[in-house]
Design a protein around this ligand. Structure first.
Ligand code: SF4
Length: 234
C-alpha cells in the first residue's frame, strides 16, 4: 500500500515537460521542512491505495485523452510527486509498473534520498535545496552523480544569496550541466524574506543568467501563475 494525498490532472509546471498535460500522483509524507514549501498538506497521512488501484485510476484518466500523444509521449504523462515520494517503500515498484504500462513517467524528488532503485526509464527531476530552503545540508551528492542524461536538476530560488550559491555550485560541477538539463525555478520570497537575504525579481534572475552566461534553463512556477489562489489539485 502507498499513502496518497491526491491524484489530479493538470499541466506539468516545472521541467522540460512544462505545459504538457500531466496526471499527478501526490504521495504523502516528506523528510524535509523547506521554508518555502507550497505543499505542506502533503505532510498529512494520506489515504492508503494499492499500486493496482493507482494504475486503474491512471488508466481511467488515460481513456479520457482518447489515445492522443504529444511528441511521442502518450497523454497524459504521469508524475509521481509529494511530499517526498521516495520515503515510501513501494514507490520504486509503482514507478516501474507505470513505465511497463507505457506511460512517460516523471519523478519529482528532493535530492536527499538515494535513487538507485528507480527504474531507468523514469525521468527524475531532482531538486537541489538552496540555502534559503533551510535544508541545503540534506543534499545528497550521490543523487546527482548517477543521473541519466534524460534526468533534470532543479533549483528553486528567490534571493540574491541563493543565486550566487547556485552559480558556485554549478561552476564546481561543470559536467552536470553538460549532461543534464539544469532548471532555475524562480519563486517570490518578497513576503517572507529570511534574515540576511535579499529577494530578487523574476526579471533580475533572467538578467543575471544572461550576464553570467549560466548554462541553465529558467522556469516560472506555472501552476502559481495559472491558479494563484488554489493550493491543492493544481
Ligand atoms: S522537499 Fe518539497 S514537499 Fe518536502 S518540505 Fe521541501 S518543498 Fe515541501
Amino acid at each position: 500500500m502507498l499513502r496518497v494525498i491526491e491524484t489530479f490532472t493538470s499541466l506539468q509546471g516545472e521541467s522540460t515537460y512544462a505545459g504538457a498535460p500531466c496526471f499527478f500522483i501526490r504521495l504523502a509524507g516528506c523528510n524535509l521542512r523547506c521554508s518555502y514549501c507550497d505543499t505542506v498538506y502533503a505532510q498529512e497521512t494520506g489515504q492508503p491505495l494499492s499500486i493496482d488501484q493507482l494504475l486503474e485510476i491512471t488508466e481511467l484518466e488515460k481513456l479520457r485523452w482518447n489515445g492522443h500523444s504529444l511528441n511521442g509521449d502518450i497523454l497524459p504523462i504521469v508524475e509521481v510527486t509529494g511530499g517526498e515520494p521516495m520515503i515510501q517503500e513501494e514507490t520504486p515498484l509503482l514507478l516501474k509498473r507505470l513505465c511497463e504500462a507505457g506511460y512517460t513517467v516523471l519523478l519529482e524528488t528532493n535530492g536527499s534520498i538515494a535513487l538507485d532503485k528507480v527504474d531507468p526509464r523514469v525521468h527524475k527531476i531532482v531538486d537541489v535545496k538552496v540555502p534559503s530552503s533551510g535544508e541545503s545540508g540534506k543534499n545528497l551528492s550521490a543523487c546527482l552523480e548517477k543521473l541519466s542524461p534524460h534526468d533534470e536538476i532543479k533549483f528553486v530560488l528567490g534571493s540574491l544569496e541563493d543565486y550566487h550559491w547556485v552559480k558556485k555550485f554549478l561552476e564546481a560541477r561543470l559536467a552536470l550541466s553538460q549532461k543534464n538539463t539544469v532548471l532555475l525555478s524562480w519563486y517570490d520570497m518578497s513576503n517572507s524574506v529570511p534574515k540576511g537575504e535579499h529577494p530578487i525579481s523574476r526579471t533580475e534572475l533572467a538578467e543575471f543568467i544572461i550576464r553570467d552566461a549560466l548554462p541553465v534553463r529558467m522556469q516560472v512556477q506555472l501552476h502559481k501563475i495559472l491558479w494563484p489562489d488554489i493550493e491543492r489539485g493544481r
